[in-house]
Design a protein around this ligand. Structure first.
Ligand code: ATP
Length: 313
């Protein structure tokens, strides 16, 4: 694959067809039906926040997108074409990159070495083309307006959490990527570094990438996303524009799978699409969980007036 710096053209949020679409996707692990008829889409130039409670299926969904898992059934559509993604190489060939929470950086290598790890440029006979790699790494970071990294030859072991996250994100866009998936990028960061990383997330989208952001942090979600996809017990409760929902509705979608007319309706799923009564959380079906959650909804709705400080999804 040809490497480029961040060349995706700026796009207006909300414009055009989704670059990535999953339709009615199912994924099971043995008897556990983790993803049930999940629809999901991501648009170029937008940040789509993927939210959901612990065990809702967020990681499984992005691993299906990234090719770590193959989907059992359903459609995977990329740029309007049906595609088969069987492993991470298939996803990478489409231009899909995932930055996992552990970042997969090597402590003993510098920034350039990490950004080109496994995809080193060589010149001549078995000689690394350090100059070219340094130039491309520098251009990529500059293209993302990153100013927090002082030297490209700094070892990763000496970088802060925010700088590491920045390097991992820059690495993900080095390879002509179109879709960048970020798994909890601010989870381990303080206030200032969180702000810097969120700015970077926004810039990725402004430069035309489709960004999928897994986050438990409601403040991050509210600040940076254009769309919100809420998974609930392995089902897509709703995928909506950020501007069309309140914080209370997002919290209700996460915790109960529905909010008023939005989301999964009682009985819509019967005893679960898996037919065996199991769901992602090992419970006895979405409708049971919805009924149980109803009792708490009044209390959850009152959280809206508390503001976003400290609210996690
Ligand atoms: N390889 C696996 N084998 C069996 N069950 C699995 C496997 N991977 C995930 N699961 C189950 O699928 C469900 C969804 O897990 P997943 O990790 O996708 O949720 P999540 O929304 O990412 O949760 P969290 O926010 O806690 O990371 C859980 O009940 C989990 O136990």
């Amino acid at each position: 694959m040809t490497e480029t710096t961040t060349s995706a053209a700026p796009r207006t949020a909300g414009s055009g067809e989704p670059i990535l679409q999953l339709r009615s996707v199912n994924k099971s692990f043995g008897p556990v039906h983790v993803l049930q008829d999940v629809d999901f889409e991501a648009h170029a130039g937008e940040v789509t926040a993927l939210v959901g409670d612990n065990g809702a299926g967020k990681s499984t969904l992005v691993k299906c997108i990234g090719g770590t898992y193959s989907i059992d059934s359903g459609d995977y559509v990329f740029e309007g074409n049906d595609v088969k993604v069987h492993d991470p190489r298939d996803a990478a060939a489409l231009g899909i990159e995932i930055v996992y929470q552990d970042l997969a950086l090597c402590e003993n290598l510098d920034i350039v070495g990490n950004m080109f790890l496994g995809r080193e440029r060589v010149s001549g006979w078995r000689t690394l083309d350090e100059n070219a790699m340094e130039r491309l790494a520098g251009e990529t970071l500059a293209g993302l307006s990153v100013r927090t990294v002082k030297s490209l030859r700094q070892q990763v072991s000496s970088l802060s959490g925010g700088q590491r996250q920045t390097v991992a994100i820059a690495k993900s866009v080095l390879w002509n990527s179109k879709v960048v998936i970020l798994d909890e990028p601010t989870a381990a960061l303080g206030v200032a570094q969180t702000a810097q990383v969120l700015e970077l997330v926004r810039r990725l989208a402004d430069r035309g990438h489709a960004v999928i952001l897994i986050s438990h942090n409601m403040r991050d979600v509210l600040e940076v996303s254009d769309r919100i996809a809420a998974l609930y017990l392995g089902r897509m409760a709703a995928q909506v524009k950020r501007s069309e929902v309140t914080q209370t509705q997002i919290v209700e979608l996460i915790t109960a799978g529905r909010s008023g007319d939005l989301g999964l309706q009682p009985g819509a799923n019967g005893n679960g699409a898996n037919g065996n009564g199991l769901n992602a959380a090992g419970g006895t079906g979405v409708s049971d969980a919805l009924s149980a959650a109803e009792a708490n909804q009044g209390e959850q709705a009152s959280n809206e007036s508390d503001g976003t400080d400290g609210v996690t999804a």
